[in-house]
Design a protein around this ligand. Structure first.
Ligand SMILES: *[C@@H]1O[C@H](CO)[C@@H](O)[C@H](O)[C@H]1NC(C)=O
Ligand SMILES: *[C@@H]1O[C@H](CO)[C@@H](O)[C@H](O)[C@H]1NC(C)=O
Ligand SMILES: *[C@@H]1O[C@H](CO)[C@@H](O)[C@H](O)[C@H]1NC(C)=O
Ligand SMILES: *[C@@H]1O[C@H](CO)[C@@H](O)[C@H](O)[C@H]1NC(C)=O
Length: 205
């Protein structure tokens, strides 16, 4: 009798479960980043009206999906169809310095509230040519997390050889909260050929 009651209790207590990555997510300044949040429920018997998804940053509700209605901030997107099936991952566009911090994925179902935090950090790769920031002719990939807690980011500056003037300098800077100082790499353009592909690794702990 006791064990039966116990298992009924465990089932209902475990009805809503929210999962987020334990490591910080890293976004690239200026591009978009996904803040993952997955939840499990008895989807077969889901009453959509009783489900409420909220993403909170600081004291601001960035997105709220409740009773099939979605309200969201201009720079985020929540896929409501996916959210009804357990994926409340938030897409954040045009990542900025001030977006770094802790995001809360908050789920409510039938009065039960579960929430988890996702930490966002930002990598900013900046290219300079003769001391001036350049954004055209730069291709920066998405950061990739390595197993050992570092990030791998590729950034390429495409330079047209025939347009290089004498003594032109290029510099690549990488900024990340875990770096005490910027990583800087300087190149004399005449030496680097058609494109350059410096490689950086960032420890995230
Ligand atoms: C959740 O959705 C995001 C896109 O919004 C996708 O990248 C991710 O793979 C999905 N996760 C799962 C577990 O389905
Ligand atoms: C990236 O760094 C550059 C150079 O410091 C700065 O001008 C730019 O605003 C930064 N971008 C973001 C999105 O933080
Ligand atoms: C960066 O480029 C190198 C060489 O092309 C490649 O091996 C590596 O997988 C790339 N890393 C990322 C994060 O795209
Ligand atoms: C982390 O892993 C990468 C890829 O396997 C490796 O190149 C790098 O040296 C490692 N860094 C540290 C600090 O262990």
């Amino acid at each position: 009798m006791t064990s039966r009651l116990m298992s009924v209790f465990l089932l209902s207590a475990g009805a809503l479960e929210v999962t987020v990555p334990s490591d910080p997510e890293t976004g690239m300044a200026g591009s978009s980043v996904l803040l993952p949040c997955i939840f499990s429920l008895d989807f077969q018997r889901l009453e959509p009206k009783s489900l409420s998804v909220r993403w909170i940053f600081g004291n601001k509700v960035l997105a709220m999906f409740s009773g099939k209605d979605l309200t969201s901030d201009g720079r985020v997107m929540l896929n409501t169809e996916a959210a009804m099936k357990g994926n409340a991952t938030l897409l954040l566009y045009d990542v900025k310095v001030e977006d770094q911090g802790t995001y809360t994925c908050s789920m409510e179902y039938n009065g039960e509230l579960q929430q988890k935090d996702v930490v966002l950090r930002e990598v900013n790769v900046t290219w300079y040519r003769n001391g001036k920031i350049i954004t055209d002719d730069v291709v920066t990939g998405k950061p990739r997390r390595e197993g050992n807690g570092t990030y791998d980011v590729n950034s390429t500056l495409v330079v047209i050889l025939s347009k290089i003037m004498k003594d032109e300098m290029a510099e690549c800077q990488v900024e990340h909260v875990t770096l005490e100082t910027l990583i800087k790499e300087n190149f004399l353009l005449a030496q680097i050929g058609e494109s350059n592909r410096p490689h950086f690794r960032l420890a995230h702990t």
